[in-house]
Design a protein around this ligand. Structure first.
Ligand code: GDP
Length: 507
């Protein structure tokens, strides 16, 4: 690891009230003391106590650059665990650059992005998952992301990983000792004990892995795609959600020719909404591109808002849309409820169940719209669940998929208040901030947890097959190593560099 003295501007490169220049390394205090003068010129920074702050001036030779406050912090109780000086100067780009320039000429090297945090990690002050949380705090886009990053910085992931690693290490040590010293340590009855432990570790890992999709959506927003035939009210819906006339609303079919993207917040939930071109067979070349794009976006969506014009018949284009949305969480908006109704929820349900039958993947309908009628839908495994009545008209669930149907009139602003409630319930069981719940928000962590889970599955398999004990310890060791990657104990220099390269300057 590099131990030279580094410097960087830590605040934003824009004109602002104050700017902070950070210096870290063995010679930090000595280098800054050469360019700093106190008011009466008697104080030398080399003589001051640690963790003290000093008023004075920064000079380039005899030229005064700025009036500053300088914080002097001796190792090891600093961010990097090295000697550190922070210079609070005026926040102009020119003045900050001039001070940095004097420091570089005085013996500092310009810090690489994230180098301060990298040093904190390499010097053992924080582990890798906590270092990553630092960057996540800076990039937090919503309250959840911020809360989750802060909890990870305070060690929520670290503690979980350490607990799991200790549990695994105990078993490895036990097996190895028993194999080394069979006279004193017996493996009789050990397999049953190990099996219990493996099951418990697997269930913790599974919960963490499952939390990742939810965590990602809370952190980055739910990728939501609005689809439907032309002129059903897709742009009107987007405009309603965004609160401004971002998409063009007209009564001529096919006006939304491209895909519009907006990020909005519905009471704490981030939605990255895409309004797509109406999906229908078209010969118009420009429109065709839009339709193809809509298909592509729908494939990658977390949620599909499928808008239906209930004053017009469903047709083969609706079949195409339902086919396209198969396997996706979907909210069907039965729109234009203010007009004479030609299509109803039952008809949409019929089509949806038909699509599902074709995939031989049966849907379970949970409905409060006209349940008597639903009983006639032969292949739909029906169940009326009273507890879902509060949310909406109709709930359909498949193994990993949820569908809700809501009746709306975007024009008359009817039924739209339900949308938020339904989204919340669909993705987070109605509750987002569950106390003490740890959501995995980092893809790298998720992959490592998955690797560990797979290794634990191998251990389970070996137990079932009654393999020799050293087989267990090999897979237990791989799980231990995979978990170590999360906190940075089992990672190579390349990965460390890759992670810190994404950091901002001065952090
Ligand atoms: P898109 O092509 O699916 O994006 O549809 P638009 O949002 O452009 O809407 C098409 C037309 O339907 C416009 O004239 C809207 O004002 C109208 N519209 C949208 N929602 C409703 C509704 O709930 N009721 C009625 N009556 N008209 C609506």
């Amino acid at each position: 690891m590099k131990t030279d003295t580094i410097a960087a501007i830590a605040t934003a490169m824009s004109d602002s009230g104050i700017g902070i220049i950070r210096v870290s390394g063995e010679n930090a205090i000595e280098i800054v003391s050469k360019i700093y003068r106190s008011k009466n010129r008697k104080k030398c920074l080399c003589d001051v106590k640690t963790h003290t702050i000093h008023y004075g001036f920064i000079y380039d030779g005899d030229i005064l650059i700025d009036e500053v406050m300088v914080a002097v912090l001796y190792a090891p109780n600093t961010y990097t665990r090295e000697n550190t000086v922070e210079i609070d100067c005026h926040g102009g780009i020119l003045v900050m650059n001039q001070i940095l320039d004097v420091l570089l000429r005085g013996g500092c090297r310009l810090a690489e992005p994230g180098e301060f945090t990298k040093r904190a990690f390499l010097n053992g002050r924080i582990d890798l998952s906590r270092a990553e949380a630092v960057m996540d705090i800076i990039h937090s886009k919503n309250e959840f992301a911020l809360r989750s990053s802060i909890s990870q910085l305070s060690g929520a992931v670290t503690r979980k990983v350490q607990f799991l690693r200790e549990e695994i290490l105990y078993e490895i040590a036990y097996i190895e000792s028993a194999l080394d010293d069979p006279e004193h340590i017996s493996l009789d009855g050990y397999c049953a004990k190990l099996e219990k432990k493996v099951k418990s570790i697997k269930s913790i890992l599974k919960k963490l892995i499952d939390s990742a999709d939810c965590g990602k959506m809370l952190k980055d927003g739910i990728n939501t795609v609005i689809i439907g035939k032309p002129n059903v009210g897709k742009s009107s819906l987007l405009n309603f959600l965004v609160g401004e006339d971002r998409a063009i609303v007209t009564s001529v079919a096919g006006t939304t020719r491209d895909v519009l993207e907006e990020s909005i917040k519905l009471h704490g939930i981030g939605l990255n909404i895409m309004d797509t071109a109406g999906i229908h067979d078209t010969d118009d070349e420009v429109e065709k591109i839009g339709v193809d794009k809509a298909r592509k976006y729908a494939q990658n969506a977390d949620l599909i808002l499928y808008v239906v014009d209930t004053s017009r018949q469903l047709d083969e284009n609706d079949d195409a849309i339902m086919e396209l949305s198969a396997d996706k969480n979907m909210i069907v908006l039965l729109n234009k409820s203010d007009l004479e109704q030609i299509v109803n929820a039952e008809e949409v349900l019929k089509k949806l169940t038909h699509m599902s039958e074709n995939k031989s993947n049966k849907l379970t309908c949970v409905s409060e719209i006209n349940p008597e009628k639903l009983t006639h839908m032969s292949d739909c495994n029906q169940k009326i669940q009273g507890e879902n009545k509060k949310t909406d008209t109709c709930v359909i669930t498949e193994k990993n998929r949820k569908i809700r149907i809501i009746s709306t009139s975007i024009k008359e602003n009817i039924g739209l208040d339900k949308l938020e409630e339904v989204i919340k319930e669909m993705f987070f069981g109605g509750e987002i901030f569950i106390n003490d719940e740890l959501y995995i928000t980092n893809q790298r962590h998720k992959e490592a947890f998955l690797e560990a889970y797979e290794s634990m599955e191998m251990v389970q398999e070996s137990l079932v097959k009654e393999m020799p004990e050293d087989f267990y310890s090999i897979d237990l060791m791989s799980a231990y190593t995979s978990l170590g990657k999360i906190i940075g104990e089992e990672v190579g220099e390349d990965l460390i560099n890759e992670i810190f390269d994404k950091f901002c300057m001065g952090k």
